[in-house]
Design a protein around this ligand. Sequence first.
Ligand code: NAD
Ligand code: SER
Length: 338
Amino acid sequence: MSSILVTGANGQIGSELVDTLRARHGDAHVIGLDLRRPSSDTAATPGPPSANGHAPGSSDDAPFVVADVRDRDALASAIKRYDVGTVYHLASLLSANGEKVPDRTWDVNINGLKHVLDLAREHEMQVFWPSSIAVFGPSTPRENTPQNTVLNPSTMYGVTKRSGELLCQYYHQRYGVDVRSLRYPGLISYATLPGGGTTDYAVDMYYEALRSGSYTCFVREDTRLPMMYMPDAIGATLDLMRADASDLTVRDSYNVTAMSFSAGELADTIREHLPAFSCSFEPDSRQDIADAWPATIDDSTARQDWNWTPDYDLEAMTADMLDHLRETLPEDAESIER
Ligand code: NAD
Ligand code: SER
């Protein structure tokens, strides 16, 4: 079989996607690519600060390419060397870090994607590329945000995501490239820390609830955003890639969501498991980004086209997150719960 290439393999999504794909297809058929090897214990992105650097749980000799996605030749050489037939192109800067370095964000997010799409044309590869709720903006309807609506992003990250969606649609319509995309909401997971986004507070709150019993949240208590637990995000990604092409009516990017909750409701739900947990709210510049994004999303087109349906709601996710984090943060968790 041809191989699968995952760019951004050390990141919050990439690390878990690589593990899932390797469990299904075997280590040798899934190639990770990132700026550093996964065993690195330093930040993976040399520009803005990043929480990454956690290694995917794959074996040491699983194929891994150290490369910058802005380097077309390096991408081309990896694709030829490993006979790549499918690319999950996840390498990106996220919303909050992206605002610190807008030029670099455009360069990595757009030129990296263009290289992947050009190489997909040349080598007839299937491509997955994630978009985001960041494509929406302050004048987009905030409740039940439709699939087709006002798209006026207010961050450079959002600008690259909407531009990328249009590039994907163009490559599909003009050149027949089978590129598929999801507008992920904020993703919550326990395996790898998020990499500098606006929705990172939702993950941080679980960690700090167990580590220290208190958390200062960087958005207001009433900030409500669409979210999804990582097992559902990985499931949605693989389901979309497996779907019959003739069923897909959207070639820019599908709305998908699993739940919406406010930061205060998240703290309340964690408190049902950890009654002593205290959370205060001190909004910073990321509040402006959150305020421009939808609160709830209409993902009925994804549900109709390829039967998208999530498994986790807030309660189920919270129970599972805390169970897993108790295993990885056992001493802290015990001390908080006593
Ligand atoms: P992340 O920040 O955790 O990981 C991104 C990875 O890309 C990092 O390991 C980083 O080292 C790598 N990278 C950055 N610049 C690179 C370059 N020039 N060359 C090669 N690698 C580079 O991000 P993530 O949360 O895993 O997100 C993956 C994708 O999903 C991104 O496109 C992101 O926009 C999208 N997304 C994520 C979320 C979320 O909540 N995590 C939501 C919506 C969309
Ligand atoms: N979770 C991402 C971020 O906050 C959304 O794309 O940047």
